[in-house]
Structure formats: structure tokens, C-alpha cells
Design a protein around this ligand. Structure first.
Ligand code: GRG
Length: 303
């Protein structure tokens, strides 16, 4: 058995994820009561409480605790990030976008409530997310709250998720180059993860050097998330060959393995984990344990 040295304390990441997800789910449930008009609040709750992994809220809370902040201070913002993520999924699934029938193992919002209500549920979640941060954050100066709101707004809008989505839409059916692919992933995926981490650090009272370390860490794991997704697409595809061809082989979607080959894509993923861990090396290892485990979890997950 491996000897545990004093700076490598045992840390049960699975337990940590489960505990944090439970607290976040309770806070999300409380954030949107069932009230009139019932239909819209039900639709908002349907997608929000459908059971995602809650990686973004966990990152937000862990970043806050990394720099010595408290969970209750950052919880409204952690919830807001999940509301934004959920609304982006609702809109992404619409017939005018990806036209998906299933999300988080359940029928998509527009399948259950109709397109009109799904659009409104997304809009209402987006609006509530900002209200929630502004109205519910307690125990820190409003200066810090405003800085967090700026980060969130930037991550969502035409310099963030929306930018990624529109460039992705315009690239459909084209084979794009590496820079272009990275642009899409950085904006569609990494920006919101970055905002989650940065908001956590800001509300935790971090100095600007530490905020930037958390920013670079979060950006790395955001891109890593997509690179690994692309790799899993290919490896799962080849496993499934003979049954049904995997989706990466039958669509003309550009992926990292397609552009650089599987081996180089894996190397790129390894580099991103190493970079993410390097940013954490400035912090107390015990306090950084949730974030270092999160990076490794994203890198080495099997699906
Ligand atoms: C944000 C105003 C606004 C509009 C939406 C549709 C759109 C613009 C953006 C698309 C964003 C999108 C769908 C990005 C992909 C994000 C991603 C990696 C989703 C999967 O995340 P997981 O694995 O999912 O964390 P769970 O279900 O676990 O939360």
C-alpha cells in the first residue's frame, strides 16, 4: 500500500462530490418555490432539478473554500452558475438549435412543456440567476458581489457562451482548424467553468494573484473537459463498432482526435491537467485537494 505523507492526506473525492451535490440540490430546490404561474416555475424546476453532476457549483464552492471563504457566502452564486448552465442546455436542445429529445436522461423541456414555455423557462432561469446573486449573497461587501456579477455576465453573453454557440452553429458541416475548435470549446464550455471558479475565489476574499490562478486553473479544466469528451467519443465509438457506429464517426463534427490524432489528443489532455495542477501548487495542498481531484476526475473519467 502507498504510504501517506503528511502533505498527501487521504481525501475522499467521491464523498466530497456527493456531499456538495446534496447541499447544492437543496439550495436549488429552495431557490425556486412552486408558485403562480405554476407552469413556468414547474418548467424551471423540471430542468434545474433533473440531476446534473453539479460540477460548476462544486468548483465555485471549492474555489471559495480554497482561499478561506465560507460555503454559505458563495452558495447563491454557486446556484446561479447552475441556473445559467441549465438554461443554456434548455436552449441548446430546442428544435432551432440542436433539436434534442433527451437531456440528463429525461425528455427535454420543449418535449414536455412545448417550445414556447421552454424558451421562457430558460429566460426566467437566466434572469433569476443574476437576481439571486445580487439579492441573496450575504456576509461580503457589495463590491465583491458586483465583481462576481460582472464575471458571470461576461461568461454568458456575446463574449462567452453565446459567442461559442454562434461560432459553433456557423461551423456546422465544416472541418475547422485547431484554433477555431479551441475558440468554440473555450467559449461554450470553459467560460462558465472559469466564471464559477473566479466568482468563488472573489467571494472568498482572494487577492488578485490568487483570483488569476483560479482563473487559469478553471480555464484549463474547462478545455480539458472537452478534449476528454472528444477522446471518449472516439474510444467509445470504436468499442461500439460492429453494434452501431459511434456518433463521432458518422458526423462531420470536428474533434481533437480528428485534427491531431488520438495519441496527441491524449498528450494535450495530460498537458492541461499538469497546467491545472501547477496553478494549484501555490496553495496549501490540503485546501487544494478538492480542486486537484476535480482536475484528475475530469481527465481520467471513463464516460
Ligand atoms: C447562455 C443566454 C445563453 C444562451 C444559450 C445554447 C447556448 C446559448 C449555449 C450552448 C452552451 C452549451 C450547450 C455548452 C455545452 C456545455 C457542456 C459541456 C455541457 C455538459 O455539461 P455537464 O457534463 O452536464 O456538466 P450535467 O448534465 O452533468 O450538468
Amino acid at each position: 500500500a502507498k504510504k501517506q505523507t503528511h502533505d498527501k492526506q487521504v481525501f475522499d473525492f467521491e464523498e466530497y462530490m456527493i456531499t456538495k451535490a446534496k447541499t447544492v440540490n437543496k439550495a436549488l430546490d429552495d431557490a425556486i418555490p412552486v408558485q403562480e404561474p405554476i407552469k413556468i416555475h414547474e418548467a424551471m424546476r423540471y430542468s434545474l432539478l433533473a440531476g446534473g453532476k453539479r460540477v460548476r457549483p462544486m468548483l465555485c464552492i471549492a474555489a471559495c473554500e480554497l482561499v478561506g471563504g465560507k460555503e454559505n457566502v458563495v452558495m447563491p452564486t454557486a446556484c446561479a452558475v447552475e441556473m445559467i448552465h441549465t438554461m443554456s442546455l434548455i436552449h441548446d436542445d430546442l428544435p432551432c438549435m440542436d433539436n434534442d429529445d433527451l437531456r440528463r436522461g429525461k425528455p427535454t423541456s420543449h418535449k414536455v412543456y412545448g417550445e414556447d414555455t421552454a424558451v421562457l423557462a430558460g429566460d426566467a432561469l437566466l434572469s433569476l440567476s443574476f437576481e439571486h446573486v445580487a439579492a441573496r449573497t450575504i456576509g461580503v461587501s457589495s463590491d465583491l458581489v458586483v465583481r462576481a456579477i460582472v464575471e458571470l455576465g461576461n461568461a454568458v453573453g456575446s463574449e462567452g457562451l453565446v459567442a461559442g454557440q454562434i461560432v459553433d452553429m456557423d461551423s456546422e458541416g465544416k472541418l475547422v482548424d485547431l484554433n477555431h475548435l479551441e475558440y468554440i470549446h473555450v467559449h461554450k464550455t470553459a467560460k462558465l467553468l472559469e466564471a464559477a471558479g473566479v466568482c468563488g475565489a472573489i467571494l472568498g476574499g482572494a487577492n488578485s494573484a490568487d483570483v488569476e490562478r483560479v482563473r487559469r486553473y478553471s480555464r484549463c479544466i474547462g478545455l480539458l473537459f472537452q478534449v476528454v469528451d472528444d477522446i471518449l467519443d472516439v474510444t467509445k465509438s470504436s468499442e461500439e463498432l460492429g453494434k452501431t457506429a459511434g456518433k463521432d464517426l458518422v458526423t462531420d463534427k470536428t474533434t481533437y482526435p480528428k485534427l491531431m490524432g488520438l495519441e496527441k489528443a491524449r498528450k494535450f489532455a495530460d498537458q492541461l491537467v499538469a497546467q491545472a495542477l501547477e496553478e494549484l501548487s501555490y496553495f496549501d495542498p490540503a485546501k487544494a485537494a478538492p480542486l486537484s481531484h476535480l482536475a484528475k476526475y475530469i481527465a481520467y473519467r471513463q464516460n
